[in-house]
Each structure stands twice: as structure tokens, then as C-alpha cells.
Design a protein around this ligand. Sequence first.
Ligand code: NAD
Length: 225
Amino acid sequence: MNRVLNIIVFSGAGMSAESGIETFRDSNGLWENYRIEDVATPQAWAKDPDLVTNFYNERRRTIIQATPNDAHLGVKSLEEIGEVLVITQNIDDLHERAGSSNVLHLHGNIRQAKSSGPNQEKEYYPIDGWKLDHTTICPDGYRLRPHVVWFGEDVPCYEEAAIQLDQADILIVIGTSLQVYPAAGLIQFAAKAQQKFIIDPKADELCVPSDFIKLNAQQARVSQP
Ligand SMILES: NC(=O)c1ccc[n+]([C@@H]2O[C@H](COP(=O)([O-])OP(=O)(O)OC[C@H]3O[C@@H](n4cnc5c(N)ncnc54)[C@H](O)[C@@H]3O)[C@@H](O)[C@H]2O)c1
């Protein structure tokens, strides 16, 4: 009996670029207009929770209006040939809305909120609509905050992602500059994968081990069956 093919897709902000969601570092990217330390750190939240909440409310509004693009649908269709796990750095839910069955969000899910207290990874609360009211108090007595991993915080799913990557037969990295650590370091755990691809318009410039096949997004589209 043939063993089921274990495929892991590791995605980043470029995956959702064609859905109209700004990336992180490209010119005109999101962070050209904001300072990371003002909106995406625990210190920023402590200093000005209104500003941080409004920043993520705007991101959530854009994401709700966006729709999955061909790349999200292509990733979903991989389920026809194997067991697929999507490990995404994205906080949008476009993989899920494209129908992908197994999605691990390394940096959280903007459609959810969590407690800002010490046990914040215990429970996630769906946000109805685009506005999070951060004055809402959770059962543990702390205020709600967006379910997003900020710079300087641990990545709660890191170990689980590493274990899964160790089992991968095929790794497909899509739309990430591989600059945000520790997430970017995870691809090293796919040492046993027989085939590794990186699909990105800047693939030639990205720093990946030599056994990766580099494709720009156009090549990947043309080579679809
Ligand atoms: N959609 C989202 O949820 C979103 C958006 C912006 C930032 N973020 C967060 O910011 C961090 C950014 O790191 P990152 O490496 O994911 O993003 P990044 O912005 O650092 O890199 C984006 C990559 O996408 C590529 N790209 C641009 N257009 C593309 C396209 N049409 N098709 C394929 N690739 C394309 C770029 O060449 C670049 O390498 C992540 O941790 C993520 O959590 C998430």
C-alpha cells in the first residue's frame, strides 16, 4: 500500500498580496506607514492600547473584505494528492476560507481575540465583525487583546510546527521574505523532505539552503498541470 504523501505549505504575507492585503516589507508594504514598536509589541499595547487596537481593527476590516486568491485555492487543491498542513505566518484567515483543512497559525489569527493576562493561550474568542472592543474583560479579569503574536513574544505553536516539518515529504514555501524569526528558522526542520520549493517573486534573492528549487510566482503558475 502506498504511503500518503505528507505535504507542508509554509506561507507568508506574499501569499495574500494578490487578495489586496499589504505585505510587510515590500515597497508600499504595511510597515512603511507604521513603526513596529508603536503597534506590534507588548510595550505598545501597555502604552497605548487604543492605537494598537485601532491598527488591528483596520487590518481586520481589510481582511474581512478580501477573498482568497488562486494561490490559496491551489494550496487547497494539493489535498487531492496528499495530506496537507499549511503552516502560515499570516494572521488572515484566507487559507481557511479557501477550504484548506489543516492550518497552523504561527502568529495568531486576527479574527480572534485572547486575554491580555498571563494565560492568554488558553482560550481564543471569535471577534464578531471588524471591531474588537478592548475594554471587554475576560473571565480571568484581564482585557481582551487581538490574537496576534507581537514582536518580542514567544511563538506558541513553534514546537508543534517543528515536529510536523520533520515529517514532511514535500515542503513548499510561498510568499515570505524569511526575515521574521523564529518563524523563518522553522524550514530547517524539514531536513528529510525529498522536495523543497520556494515560490516568491524575489526567490532568487532569498536565503534558503541549496536543496530548494526556487520559482518566481509566474513560473509556479505556468507549471501547473
Ligand atoms: N496577510 C497577513 O496576514 C500579513 C500581512 C502582512 C504582514 N503579516 C505578518 O508580518 C510578517 C511578515 O513576514 P513575511 O515573510 O510573511 O512577509 P514579508 O512582507 O517580509 O515578505 C513578503 C514576501 O512576499 C513576496 N511577495 C510579494 N508579492 C507576492 C506575490 N504576489 N506572490 C508571492 N509572493 C509575493 C515578497 O517578494 C516577499 O518575499 C509575518 O510574520 C506575518 O505575520 C501578515
